[in-house]
Design a binder for this molecule. Structure first.
Ligand code: DI6
Ligand code: FE
Length: 403
């Protein structure tokens, strides 16, 4: 049962607020939780008298961060693509596999064949791996149904995950992820007859928090994505986009023109696209798991994103094809080692900026008023979270003020 007021003492706080220190670090910190919120966070010797009588929980110098946020996942899907992994090792490219009827379309087949409980069970195994690393908020996309019933089923499973586990789930409708086999060469008809009506139905059932698409040669054109975004706008839903992952189609600029919460992947993004994001305030969500899996050699334009002050988030992109990755800690390491992000950027990328990519203003930093979703780590310094590979130093996870 939740204790309504708690005092954490002898804590090192990576607040990620603009307090002048790297990571917003407070070495000799204390943090007060009231209900599901942070009531106060700061230096121990400045603890307000009103909280001084609370029995403190001594963290023995451990690091406290916001609970981690995985802001781009496809954790709900049927089957797996280990065979395709083998094919790629034998020399086939991701696009060749997709054009040969593998890729996303093969997961669609397996997802359509799976009932709700089966999808739930397999997704929970992945979500549990994330929870074990201190993840407290996760975004989950549809997009492996590509028919009305299966798209809705995926989103219902996503909502169920938020009831079965102590984790916040934000759902994203990704009906424009791929053209299903039965509409091959007729992507426009797919949008008219399936995708847009499914979005409307899912929204009517309260299943949609945002709308996404895949703007790419093997998926949908800019004009087609614009039609999906128009529909989202009509329904009052925010948008985001898989953009500039394999080529530069100008999807990011389109997304920015719709005030997108985020544009994701971005390896082929140019400076005009970066500027468009800066203007719209969209978050750049980098997905090093996909970069790694596809052995991409084109790097996302991190330096340009920094120069134009575009917020950068990091996410797993957990999916069966291009990123079978269920570790946000490894994602942070990859963000640093592959993309040359700093550990501070990586931590902000899975907390503060990930919250922003989901339009969530109530979490992601340690400050009064924010949700008391916390991760307590057996490390001395926040850089250790990004530095280790395949090692989970989580001591404790606090969700809405309680374990
Ligand atoms: N880009 C990706 O990396 C994933 N979806 C997308 O639009 C890949 C999905 C898959 O291969 O199953
Ligand atoms: Fe994705």
């Amino acid at each position: 049962m939740a204790v309504s007021r708690r005092l954490l003492t002898n804590a090192r706080l990576a607040t990620l607020t603009a307090n002048g220190a790297a990571h917003g670090l407070i070495d000799d910190g204390a943090l007060v939780i009231d209900g599901d919120r942070i009531a106060w966070a700061g230096t121990a010797n400045e603890l307000p008298a009103a909280y001084a009588s609370l029995a403190g929980e001594d963290l023995d110098g451990r690091l406290v961060t916001s609970g981690l946020i995985d802001c781009h996942t496809h954790v709900v899907f049927g089957g797996n693509r280990a065979r395709e992994f083998e094919m790629r090792l034998e020399g086939a490219s991701y696009e060749e596999v997709a054009r040969a009827g593998g890729g996303i379309v093969s997961t669609v087949k397996a997802t359509r064949a799976a009932d709700e409980d089966t999808l739930l069970a397999s997704a929970l195994a992945r979500v549990d791996a994330l929870i074990a690393e201190g993840v407290t908020t996760i975004e989950i996309k549809s997009g492996y149904g590509l028919d009305r019933d299966t798209e809705l089923r995926m989103l219902r499973v996503a909502r169920r995950i938020g009831r079965e586990r102590r984790i916040h789930v934000k759902t994203t409708f990704l009906g424009a992820h791929a053209v299903p086999a039965e509409y091959k060469g007729r992507s426009s008809a797919y949008l008219d007859e399936v995708c847009l009506p499914a979005l409307e139905a899912a929204h009517a059932e309260g299943l949609v928090d945002a709308v996404d698409g895949f703007c790419e040669g093997i998926a949908f054109s800019r004009d087609e994505i614009a039609r999906v975004f128009e529909k989202a706008r009509g329904l009052g839903l925010p948008v985001k986009l898989h953009a500039e992952q394999l080529s530069d189609l100008g999807g990011t600029a389109l997304a920015a023109s719709y005030g997108a919460l985020s544009a994701d992947h971005l390896e082929y993004l140019d400076e005009a696209g970066v500027k468009a994001m800066a203007k719209s305030g969209s978050v750049a969500v980098l997905l090093p798991g996909a970069f790694y899996t596809l052995r991409e050699t084109q790097y996302p334009p991190l330096e340009l994103l920094r120069q134009h002050k575009v917020p950068v988030a990091l996410a797993t992109d957990c999916n069966p094809g291009s990123s079978p990755l269920a570790s946000l800690l490894l994602t942070m390491n990859m963000g640093c080692t592959l993309f040359r992000m700093t550990p501070e950027e990586a931590l902000a990328g899975v907390t503060r900026e990930a919250a922003r990519a989901l339009g969530l203003g109530d979490r992601g930093t340690l400050e009064a008023g924010k949700r008391a979703d916390l991760a307590i780590w057996n490390v001395d310094h926040p850089a250790e979270l990004s530095y280790r590979i395949g090692f989970n130093s989580l001591e404790k996870r606090i969700f809405g003020g309680s374990e």
